[in-house]
Design a protein. Structure first.
Length: 122
């Protein structure tokens, strides 16, 4: 059986999920956002190694998939904020479990150090 969403065809729900949140940066962006509202520079500073072009691309894809919301304020200079949508927030428990799994894999007990973007907020 195949499934279609946003013009893409998937062979199973896991494939669809990985299409939305897979890759190096998307899970880290989502983990950084959590319940917070962050500006682009805050996200970039919290994600060592991500360049501006890649962060912009990943944010656009997450927004297109309905996982995050981008709010532009009509100010000079413009202020842009990113936050998880209600649908996106359903990923938080999954990301927590990934963090626990990663900590177990790394054989560490302290998950407050798991990702520089959050520094123990989850």
């Amino acid at each position: 059986m195949t499934y279609t969403k946003n013009g893409k065809t998937f062979h199973c729900p896991v494939e669809a999920a990985l299409d939305v949140i897979g890759g190096k940066w998307k899970p880290l962006i989502l983990w950084a956002l959590g319940d917070d509202v962050l500006r682009f520079n805050q996200l970039q500073k919290g994600l060592p190694g991500v360049n501006t072009k890649m962060l912009t691309k990943q944010l656009r894809e997450l927004e297109k998939d309905g996982v995050i919301r981008r709010t532009v304020y009509p100010e000079v200079p413009p202020r842009v904020e990113y936050a998880m949508t209600d649908f996106g927030k359903t990923l938080i428990p999954i990301l927590r479990e990934l963090c626990k799994w990663g900590a177990n894999y790394l054989e560490i007990d302290d998950t407050s150090r798991e990702c520089p973007a959050k520094k123990g907020k989850h």
